[in-house]
Write a protein that binds this ligand. Structure first.
Ligand SMILES: [Zn+2]
Length: 218
């Protein structure tokens, strides 16, 4: 197992692209994995392909269409409306088991390519109500995966305790702010860069960027 090799769970969005730059700075060998679960916007896969190609990162795409079959949500079905959870409920964008499945497959892939490290852009701070983005869940899964394969993988979550403005700062510190802003796709309506400006993902992203840019000037 190569201690300096890492696999980044990569969707082509702001968070995972920032994680990709973080990994490129920290590790000698970086590969990325994107899960194709027939996302609402196949554009996501295209964006992920383009970014990894530009950054010269080996890119794996795994077919996870079974997730769509098992767990329909607003991220996978056009007919389900994107909305926040009501009073403690889960948002309609929640895909049950997504991070459990993605991180398990990413770690199996890490084993196959001989990488010790796995990076994911999950974050507890802007807690959107996704239970599988919590730090305690990631740590628990890391232990289970190591036990299951009798190995010592390390799952890294560089964004876990950052809010969106701090995530923009990290991208800036990595000299990638403009790249992340222009090239990534976070918008639920499938529009790159600053997006539609109106969906929950765009609003969160925009609010964080504005906050960071104001702080940077002062
Ligand atoms: Zn949007």
């Amino acid at each position: 197992m190569n201690k300096n090799k890492v696999i980044v769970v990569f969707s082509g969005g702001q968070d995972s692209t920032t994680c990709l730059f973080w990994a490129l700075k920290k590790y000698d060998e970086v590969e990325a994995v994107t899960f194709d679960y027939h996302q609402r916007h196949s554009e996501e896969i295209q964006v992920a392909k383009e970014i990894t190609s530009e950054l010269k990162v080996k890119h794996h795409i795994l077919d996870m269409s079974l997730l769509n079959q098992l767990a329909p949500s607003a991220l996978t079905r056009e007919e389900i409306v994107v909305k926040d959870g009501e009073a403690g409920g889960l948002p309609s964008t929640f895909v049950p088991g997504r991070n459990l499945i993605f991180l398990s497959f990413a770690t199996i892939l890490a084993r196959q390519i001989g990488a010790k490290h796995i990076v994911t852009g999950v974050c507890e701070t802007d807690f959107s109500g996704y239970p599988d983005c919590r730090d305690v869940f990631i740590k628990s899964l890391n232990v289970s995966l190591n036990l299951s394969m009798d190995d010592q993988f390390v799952i890294h979550t560089p964004l876990m305790w950052l809010d969106k403005s701090e995530t923009w700062k990290l991208a800036d510190d990595l000299h990638a702010l403009q790249y992340v802003r222009d090239k990534t796709l976070t918008c639920y309506n499938g529009i790159r860069g600053d997006g539609c400006g109106d969906c929950p993902a765009c609003k969160l992203r925009k609010k964080g960027l504005e906050k960071y840019l104001i702080e940077k000037e002062n």
